[in-house]
Design a protein around this ligand. Structure first.
Ligand code: TRP
Length: 458
């Protein structure tokens, strides 16, 4: 099976695809809104630390497992630990993909709608008026069919890319969209910094005020470091399975982490300089992108152009991430069940679209199948994946390398493509142990909070 496995066309293509997966709604929407609500610079500092300690070590572990086995997660764990329960880590990953893509597709649909609205001048009436913008946004997402139409459209684009495979689909589109994201963000950041008063946004984002560094911000930053680098569900195992043995995985992982972080920071700069220049509220939270920004852009000269640019780049970021989630499901059915790519992509793309429609309906369209949990189905899917499934998956991946596969086997694969470099096994062991321990603690804290109503920290 692995002889004719698809491969990336080049190292650059792979780096753009993997960073395309990493750079998504998490960077451009979640990070700035979390930083805004948690004291700006202080949050940024913790976020950076988490990404470089926990994020980097687990990205490398996923790449190594993928390249060694040339298989997607279920097959990969089964191959390295045959006949054991480790393959369930792979199944957990495939399940997480279902859960994440179902709500991610809904947000992808909102973005498409906002591209059309901003381009057609629909934001003009919102200038400086967050109440009206809030009513418009909430009216849209809580209506029954309108958001679902856009969600279906977004999912169809996703399926359209994945059907064309690794090189002809994922790599091709990432090569087009990643550079465009960087250019558009760069332009928006420069525009923001040159607005009168925009520079204040920079000091908000980067100046750490340690009195703002709450325990809950630390926990939040840790959880987000998984989501933003696409860790814990085998996305990077799957992408790693299409790499050849000549590639330097440490170098590739550093590029992915660097691009992911740089783009999150750039998004923060573009957004906060603009928000500060126009005197809007930086601590709006999730409403920052869909409510505050439209009111801010509408006040600027050429606002429709700036906001259309912003939502187009957000759309591209969302699409290159969404395809990586769908690829995990598709690759499972190709590798383990022998299905054709076309059949796997269409069937499971459709199933995820239907589950996603229920996410959308749960916001107000009338059908909420998780009413008994006290939250809409959409929020439940987000909560379940970000707080539990991804951290558990990432932690088990680190434990797998440490306890089952073994550091020496791991390092032997990592060294392919790296020349004569030697890694001190003890150091690698220590880093992976720290990463696993940190995640274990966050999980414990979360479960403790659920049971006792109050977290140990946060
Ligand atoms: N990293 C993406 C973002 O920041 C989302 C994403 C893509 C993801 N693939 C994933 C998250 C796998 C977790 C797991 O928006």
């Amino acid at each position: 099976m692995s002889q004719n496995r698809e491969q990336w066309g080049s190292k650059l293509g792979f780096i753009l695809a993997a960073s395309g997966s990493a750079v998504g709604i998490g960077n451009i929407w979640k990070y700035p809104s979390m930083a805004g609500q948690n004291g700006g610079g202080a949050f940024t500092l913790v976020y950076l630390a988490c990404i470089f300690v926990v994020g980097l070590s687990i990205v490398i572990a996923e790449f190594v497992i993928g390249r060694k086995t040339q298989l997607s997660p279920v097959g990969a764990f089964e191959k390295l630990a045959p006949g054991t329960n480790w393959k369930w880590v792979g199944y957990l990953g495939v399940s997480s993909a279902f859960v994440i893509l179902s709500f991610y597709g809904v947000v992808g649909g909102w973005i498409l709608k906002y591209i059309i609205d901003s381009f057609s001048g629909g934001f003009d009436a919102l200038a400086g008026n967050p109440e009206v913008a809030g009513t418009m946004f909430n009216g849209f997402i809580t209506s029954a069919w309108n958001p679902v139409i856009y969600q279906v459209l977004f999912m169809m684009l996703c399926i359209g890319v994945i059907i064309n495979g690794v090189k002809g689909g994922i790599e091709k589109w990432s090569r087009i969209m990643m550079p465009m994201i960087i250019v558009l963000l760069g332009v928006l950041a420069i525009r923001g910094m040159t607005l009168p008063g925009g520079i204040e946004g920079l000091s908000f984002l980067f100046n750490p005020r340690f009195e703002d560094l709450t325990a809950s911000a630390i926990v939040l930053a840790l959880g987000h470091s998984f989501f933003t680098v696409s860790l814990g569900m085998g996305t990077m195992i799957t992408y790693g399975s299409y790499i050849d043995k000549k590639q330097n995985l440490l170098n590739s992982a550093l590029w992915v982490i660097f691009l992911d972080t740089a783009i999150a920071m750039l998004a923060g700069v573009a957004i906060f300089t603009t928000v500060f220049a126009l005197g809007a509220n930086p601590a709006e939270g999730p409403g920052l992108i869909f409510i505050v920004l439209p009111t801010v852009f509408a006040q600027m000269a050429g606002g429709a152009i700036w906001s259309t640019m912003f939502f187009i780049l957000l759309f591209m970021a969302a699409l290159t991430s969404a395809i990586s989630i769908l690829e995990v499901v598709t690759a499972y059915f190709i590798d383990q069940k022998g299905w054709s790519r076309k059949k796997a992509t269409i069937q499971f793309g459709a199933v995820i679209t239907v589950v996603g429609a229920f996410c959308s309906f749960s916001l107000g369209g009338g059908i909420n199948i998780t009413e008994f949990l006290g939250m809409p189905f959409m929020d439940f899917m987000d909560y379940l994946s970000s707080k539990y499934m991804l951290p558990i998956g990432g932690m088990l991946t680190a434990i797998f390398v440490l306890k089952k596969w073994g550091i020496s086997n791991y390092l032997a694969e990592l060294k392919n493509g790296m020349g004569e470099k030697n890694f001190p096994p003890q150091l690698v062991k220590a880093i992976l142990t720290i990463a696993a321990a940190i995640v274990a603690f966050i999980l414990f804290n979360e479960v403790y909070a659920e049971i006792f109503g109050k977290a140990l920290i946060g």
